[in-house]
Write a protein of this length. Structure first.
Length: 246
């Protein structure tokens, strides 16, 4: 296959994914976004959101919404697993998603860009439906990136993804067969839950301390503060819904 032909296929796949995400966000999930003005119009910022739903679909929906609402690109940190799916891999490449960056976007933040990530990782999407919206501990990598670059952290709450793909169980044999952290038992198609995405006020990164011990302590404090903030936002938005499907 020639490079030109491959590029054309990637473009077609990306356009298809983009169109599907737009329809899902607007007509199927009826995504309601608030607080978008809290994202800086210029300069670096690290958007930190809760992760939920059996397949981790919230990352693509959030990315689509941010691209439409903002006048600047967002570099989403995503699992390398999406590279196994050709259409999603094409979308990820076009939009500069970060799939193999152990620094969690530190270079991009230093260059003044926006980076979005889910510090719960697979623990967030792998929890059972009975524990929905109970945030797992955040990995501290994002807080370290914020401390080292001075980028503010913008908390983001996503409510609706848990009901869209509820994790009812898992199949260990299939997880091992496909080298996945887990293979969920969930609905074959996404359920039409109502989504609420709320962007909170930026949390300034602490000044960079001269010693490693002080920086480590500041990183832990920032990580805890962001976790409590996002969990509070999730709890508040859940209370706004009389039912997940309205």
């Amino acid at each position: 296959m020639t490079e030109t032909h491959s590029g054309s296929l990637d473009e077609a796949a990306t356009d298809l994914v983009d169109t599907a995400l737009g329809w899902l966000a607007d007509d199927y999930f009826r995504v309601e976004v608030s607080g978008i003005e809290n994202i800086p119009a210029s300069g670096p910022a690290l958007l930190v959101a809760n992760h939920s739903g059996a397949w981790g679909f919230d990352g693509f929906v959030l990315h689509k919404v941010l691209l439409r609402e903002l006048r600047r690109p967002v570099r989403l940190y995503a699992s390398e697993l999406i590279l196994r799916l050709p259409m999603l891999a094409a979308y990820a490449r076009r939009h500069g998603m970060l799939t193999d960056d152990p620094t969690l976007g530190r270079d991009q933040l230093a260059a003044g860009e926006l980076v979005a990530l889910f510090p719960e990782g697979f623990d967030g999407v792998g929890k059972p439906f009975s524990e929905r919206y109970r945030l797992r501990p955040f990995g501290p990598g994002f807080a370290s990136a914020a401390v080292l670059t001075g980028a503010p952290v913008v908390p983001v709450s996503i409510v609706g993804a848990e009901e869209t793909y509820p994790k009812l169980g898992e199949i260990g044999a299939l997880a091992r067969r496909f080298a996945l952290p887990y293979f969920p038992v969930t609905t074959p198609l996404p359920l039409p839950a109502k989504w609420l995405i709320t962007v909170g006020e930026p949390i300034p990164a602490p000044a960079r301390a001269p010693s490693f011990a002080e920086r480590s302590a500041a990183t832990r404090r920032l990580c805890d503060e962001v976790w409590f903030t996002v969990q509070g936002m999730v709890d508040r938005d859940r209370s706004r819904r009389t039912t997940p499907f309205w």
